[in-house]
Design a protein around this ligand. Structure first.
Ligand SMILES: Cc1cc2nc3c(=O)[nH]c(=O)nc-3n(C[C@H](O)[C@H](O)[C@H](O)COP(=O)(O)OP(=O)(O)OC[C@H]3O[C@@H](n4cnc5c(N)ncnc54)[C@H](O)[C@@H]3O)c2cc1C
Length: 323
């Protein structure tokens, strides 16, 4: 496939933000995404007739963040909604208190819909898996053999590392070994039988459960659906066969909320590279004409920092290519 101008590999929020910054600077840019839709780790799935968020649970906007106008625009257009600033704090046996922090935003159409919205103005090729990124003797990158002006890898380090030849000179140095997995399990119940003000719960001291979200509350339709995220250690034991992890995660959720009912249905999703173990303060890396961005940069790792990382790299690359 001939790619004009710059290629951005990865259609998560960092890649889409990077491509928008390049396009806003007047450069030709194409996003190559292996999935059927943009979104990456802000993905969800339609389960039993409604979208359920299975990746990021919510997004936040720190004071003064340049991401704030983007989120305000989503809220104004009804795409994003302020969810809550208060979550439960729990141990394995139940809720022990609450904690209040920044406003968390959800999306009625699922968080993925926000990335899809940002991608609408871009040239995005879906269901296209890139196999190799190389740099020739003149420092010019190629994507699966096609020469491009510049290439951005907007993805977790282990995925970016697979595309590069780490022995070759002129490629970015990455940290592929520290990324941690998470299993996300959606649980559909016959009815809501947990406290209306639960919203979500940070779970401490459980070997299995790390976080629990009320998906009906977050999305605003009141559906009796919870989404549980596992600890990294538990996910690591079940990466080969995540279905086998469902009974233990379900039992941990029922114990925590003292639920009598079994879920009517469950769905598990494996995130092999959910979070960077060693997120960097540096906003991105750019070696020659090969850049890497995403939530492994611009710490702490979250939606807002992935957007900032991609935007900053896109602006820098646009300035570099202009000279
Ligand atoms: C379980 C979980 C819970 C989270 N909770 C929160 C939260 O509550 N709040 C928050 O702010 N953040 C949260 N996060 C983090 C947040 O989801 C990420 O910070 C953000 O989505 C990262 O975006 P990204 O663009 O850097 O990477 P990604 O979203 O991972 O995008 C990378 C993209 O690259 C594509 N790709 C990879 N390899 C190739 C290839 N070879 N060819 C083509 N395409 C390729 C992938 O398909 C993917 O779409 C959570 C993440 C997970 C997994």
């Amino acid at each position: 496939m001939v790619t004009p101008g710059a290629a951005v590999v990865g259609g998560g929020i960092s890649g889409i933000a990077c491509a928008r910054a390049l396009a806003e600077a007047g450069l030709a840019v194409r996003v190559l995404e292996r999935g059927r839709r943009p979104g990456g780790r802000m993905a969800g799935r339609t389960l039993h007739g409604r979208a359920v968020d299975l990746g990021a649970s919510y997004l936040t906007v720190p004071d003064g963040s340049p991401f704030a106008p983007v989120v305000a625009d989503w809220v104004r257009r009804g795409l994003a909604r302020p969810w809550t600033d208060t979550f439960a704090v729990a141990g394995p046996d139940g809720v022990t208190g609450t904690t209040t922090g920044p406003v968390r935003y959800g999306a009625a159409g699922g968080l993925r819909s926000l990335v899809v919205d940002l991608a609408e103005v871009l040239d995005v090729v879906l269901e296209h898996t890139v196999e190799a990124v190389r740099v020739d003797g003149d420092g010019r990158p190629t994507v699966d053999g096609d020469a491009v002006d510049a290439v951005v890898l907007a993805m977790p380090d282990p995925q970016a590392q697979r595309l590069l030849d780490p022995q070759a000179p002129g490629v970015p140095v990455l940290d592929p070994d520290s990324w941690r997995p998470v299993l996300a399990v959606a649980l559909g119940f016959p009815q809501r039988s947990w406290p209306a003000d639960l919203h979500g719960a940070f779970v401490h001291d459980s070997p299995v459960l790390d976080w629990l979200a009320d998906d009906g509350d977050r999305r605003g339709d009141g559906a009796p659906v919870l989404v549980a995220h596992s600890t990294a250690a538990f996910a690591g034991q079940h990466l080969a066969d995540p279905e086998r992890a469902v009974p233990a995660l379900t039992a941990a959720v029922r114990r925590l909320l003292d639920l009598d009912a079994e879920p009517e249905w469950t769905h598990v999703h494996r995130w092999a590279y959910a979070r960077p173990g060693s997120p960097r303060e540096q906003e991105f890396t750019l070696t020659g004409r090969v850049g890497v961005c995403g939530d492994g940069w611009s710490a702490p790792p979250r939606v807002e920092s992935a957007w900032r990382s991609g935007t900053a790299l896109g602006r820098r690359l646009a300035a570099t290519l202009a000279h």
